[in-house]
Design a protein around this ligand. Structure first.
Ligand code: HEM
Length: 201
């Protein structure tokens, strides 16, 4: 059995609290959402396999090609904002504002495909989506944070099939948050890994 929080080597090496808090929180939530949504996990595996095969690990230079994985990470961080004090909002009824249609109540639905065909990114230019803040006080380590989250998630998911502990179904997965300056899982995520890469078997 693997405690995902203990299995984040890049974060462990850099002994910087802010770095550990933000990046490891995001990584743990991404893996939790993937375990909760096996169909999305399959699509991430498919993207990784079609781009890299199963004979080598993901490298930093591969990340720009992993567009579905990036959407999964953005969708996870939209639902579980690492720095939650930028208050989240939700529409309580279907509405149109300045020509933009805003659907009711789908803010909590995990749907990475919502970013397809949009130019929404994490840079803080889209005020609907401010994962790292915006303007002069936005996160100065946005690039580092995103790169580490993408690389660690890509390597974990590419190298291992991750299964929930025996008898637990995706619907049983506890997604309780612990509110504070950051928004980690209330309980660490446990998963059972099996090697996928042929070189590692
Ligand atoms: C997934 C990773 C991360 C997320 C989601 C994140 C998010 C944020 C957010 C939302 C803010 C507040 C921006 C505002 O007030 O408008 C912030 C500020 C800040 N972040 Fe990050 N961060 C991440 C990673 C990191 C890392 C890795 C470091 C340092 C190694 C870092 C250092 C800082 C600092 C120093 C500030 C304060 C900036 C200021 O007040 O001028 N962050 N971050």
């Amino acid at each position: 059995m693997l405690n995902i929080a203990d299995y984040i080597p890049y974060v462990g090496i850099l002994d910087v609290q802010i770095f550990k808090d933000t990046s490891s929180t995001a990584i743990e939530w991404v893996i939790a959402e993937l375990l909760k949504h096996p169909r999305v996990m399959k699509l991430v595996h498919k993207e990784l396999e079609s781009l890299l095969g199963l004979h080598r690990m993901v490298e930093e230079t591969d990340l720009s090609k992993l567009s579905y994985l990036k959407m999964v990470i953005m969708e996870t961080m939209r639902i579980h904002p690492v720095a939650p004090l930028l208050i989240p909002h939700e529409s309580i009824e279907d509405t149109t504002i300045n020509g933009y249609f805003i659907r009711t109540n789908n803010a909590e639905e995990f749907y990475p495909g919502r970013f397809i065909g949009t130019n929404i990114d994490v840079q803080g230019h889209n005020f609907a989506f401010l994962l790292f803040g915006s303007g002069r006080r936005k996160c100065p380590r946005l690039q580092l944070g995103m790169t580490v989250v993408q690389l660690v998630v890509a390597q974990l998911v590419h190298c291992f099939s991750l299964e929930l502990p025996e008898g637990m179904s995706p619907d049983d997965l506890d997604m309780t948050e612990k509110f504070g300056l950051t928004l980690p899982r209330a309980n660490h995520l446990m998963a059972i890994p099996t090697y996928r890469l042929s070189a590692l078997q």
